[in-house]
Design a protein around this ligand. Structure first.
Ligand code: ATP
Length: 239
């Protein structure tokens, strides 16, 4: 489980995350939605201890990420698929990550197979398309077979086959009892993938509901999102 308690992050005068409290429970996909600049990526970085909160806290399985003994076995994340060493092969990239976390090479082969990159495992990552890099980032997140997974816009760059693959993967990981937090701007895809939704705007919680509740109150998830975030869009044309 992921729990945020009054999580706040200030960058100078900008409040990126503003007193955010919510829980992400295991067993279903939780969609993390919000306009550009709403604070989704910052929240994920705070959960992963990549940035320190100004106040409040983010807990994974009841503990701060930085206090976990074997973090990759508890939490896996894909934040930025392009953040890989282009000169390494996919296999070597994952093997380096695995070794530093006490994970054996057999698991590297398994995750490469799981994400459909087994055939290009020895190719340099620098030559990969965006979609292939997304798959590699997902493989890295899965390496430690963690119970908690976070994906920041994993659908970017994927072809229709890849989009469907991500949807099925997210749902099957959740069905195994894992906690899945997934951010995306693709509302129709989110409606097909997630059961629960957290919407943020300007760093604050706007709504927390099931997809079923939102689509009962509004004609679609997209309409719910547009209505609920109408006052929180910072960058965009007037609606
Ligand atoms: N390292 C940083 N230094 C200064 N400001 C930052 C930093 N990281 C994020 N911000 C600011 O915090 C706010 C939230 O950004 P964040 O990237 O978390 O939003 P987001 O919801 O992920 O947006 P998007 O949907 O566009 O990816 C933005 O105003 C951003 O400019």
């Amino acid at each position: 489980m992921i729990e945020l308690h009054h999580l706040t992050k200030r960058y100078g005068s900008a409040l990126a995350v503003d007193g955010l409290s919510f829980r992400v429970e295991p067993g279903h996909v939780t969609g993390f939605l919000g306009p550009n600049g709403a604070g989704k990526s910052t929240t994920m970085r705070l959960i992963l201890g990549l940035d320190a909160p100004t106040s409040g806290q983010a807990l994974v399985n009841g503990r701060r990420y930085t206090s976990l003994h074997e973090p990759m076995r508890e939490v896996g994340a894909l934040l930025d698929a392009s953040a890989v060493h282009g000169g390494r092969s996919a296999y070597n990239h994952l093997l380096c990550l695995a070794r530093t976390n006490g994970i054996g090479p057999t698991r590297v082969i398994e995750v490469l197979d799981q994400v459909g990159l087994a055939g290009v495992a020895r190719k340099r990552v620098g030559g990969f398309s965006l979609g292939m890099k997304q798959r590699l980032g997902i493989a890295a997140a899965l390496l430690g077979d963690p119970g908690i997974l976070m994906f920041d816009e994993p659908v970017n760059g994927l072809d229709p086959d890849g989009v469907r693959w991500i949807r099925d993967l997210m749902r099957s990981l959740a069905a195994e009892g894992r906690t899945i937090l997934l951010s995306s701007h693709l509302m129709s895809e989110m409606a097909l993938t997630a059961e629960h939704i957290v919407i943020v705007g300007r760093g604050r919680l706007i709504a927390e509901a099931t997809v079923a509740e939102l689509t009962t109150r509004y004609p679609s998830l997209e309409e719910a999102y547009m209505a609920l975030t109408a006052d929180s869009v910072q960058y965009g044309a007037a609606r």
